[in-house]
Design a protein around this ligand. Structure first.
Ligand code: APR
Length: 320
């Protein structure tokens, strides 16, 4: 069987890490695309030169033209610019919306059958714009946020309980960042829900509240430490898990920014919810009954996403 093809649009910090991880996991051949001449080619060659040591087989290449992504099975998008000091939200949206339009046109022309994962921020609005721009089916275009948020939550919980990260599951809903809604009652250690662990004396409500807040601020904590950029290892690992679930039809149940069409009472918006990812893309949206607090958090999150999407529609009316 021919190898799968993975196209990475954006060969910056996350793009380079995506290429390395996709290589190490032998997910397929890898094309890095970027507007910066030489950068995707250089990263592709550097990783290819690591492949004999690591023992993986993959063709790696870099490109400045969209024809290179032709026939890609998976496209992961990190292209865009970060928000810089002095830049307003709308300045950032204006620039990254243009990028999504270009990327969307490239995908529509050369990779219309791909599973597309968007990482570019502000995530919930950019994945909406990317789907509108490329016109691919909505179940084939998703945003990566929840896997990262829940991975951060799992890491903090595992450290708190001094147990393996593998035995901690975490459930998050809502938008990426400040408005995410970590669900304490659906997060567990080996199946034991967190409220039970409080009763068992493993932790306290106050400690859990601190961990939830640290998870919400997870992105900012890394930015404050790095000073010149944002997180890239964990975001890349999270998107690779989604790509792997699609390519291997694993049907993993993971939180993603998915297009909602009535689910959770939301229409035509991308919001973070648990989904099943398999060979058909988003195969199912898992709709749980929210309790009062979760519903309030979720609605706040939906309103924040709606505000961003409305701003996008004002900037680029053709997408509306
Ligand atoms: N087409 C292709 N690539 C582009 C375009 C474009 N129109 N515009 C910018 N790029 C490229 C840049 O040249 C850069 O190499 O996108 C890359 C972005 O990489 P970084 O700046 O290193 O950003 P990274 O840390 O990888 O994050 C990418 O993911 O988490 C989000 O907020 C983050 O939106 C950001 C994105």
């Amino acid at each position: 069987m021919a190898r799968s093809k993975i196209a990475l649009i954006g060969a910056g910090q996350i793009g380079g890490t995506l290429a390395l991880l996709a290589g190490l996991k032998e997910l397929g051949d890898i094309v890095l695309f970027d507007v910066m001449e030489g950068v995707p080619q250089g990263k592709a060659l550097d990783i290819a030169e690591a492949s004999p040591v690591e023992g993986f087989d993959a063709n790696l290449s870099g490109a400045q033209n969209y024809a290179a992504i032709e026939g890609a099975d998976v496209v992961i998008v990190t292209a865009g610019v970060p928000r810089k000091p002095g830049m307003s939200r709308d300045d950032l949206l204006t620039i990254n919306l243009k990028v999504m339009e270009q990327v969307g046109a490239g995908i529509a022309k050369y990779a219309p059958d791909a599973f597309v994962i968007c990482i570019t921020n502000p995530l919930d609005a950019m994945v909406w714009a990317l789907q509108k721009s490329c016109g691919l089916p909505r179940n084939k275009v998703v945003g990566m946020a929840g896997v990262l948020d829940s991975s951060r939550f799992r890491h903090f919980l595992a450290a708190e309980f001094n147990v393996s990260v593998e035995d901690v599951t975490a459930f998050v809903l809502g938008g990426h960042g400040d408005t995410m809604v970590p669900s304490v009652r659906y997060s567990t250690v080996a199946g034991i829900p967190l409220p039970d662990l409080i009763k068992m004396g493993w932790t306290t409500e106050a400690r859990l509240a601190e961990i939830v807040q640290r998870t919400r601020d997870g992105g900012a904590e890394i930015v404050n430490l790095l000073k010149t950029g944002s997180a890239f290892y964990a975001p890349a690992a999270s998107a690779i898990a989604m790509a792997e679930s699609y390519l291997k039809d694993k049907k993993r149940v993971v939180p993603c920014a998915a297009h909602l069409d009535g689910e959770y009472g939301v229409n035509d918006l991308y919001v973070g919810v648990p989904v099943v990812i398999g060979a058909k893309g988003v195969e199912r949206i898992v709709e749980i009954a929210l309790d009062k607090e979760e519903r309030a958090g979720f609605e706040k999150s939906v309103n924040a996403v709606k505000g961003l999407v409305d701003a996008c529609k004002a900037i680029a009316p053709s997408l509306a």
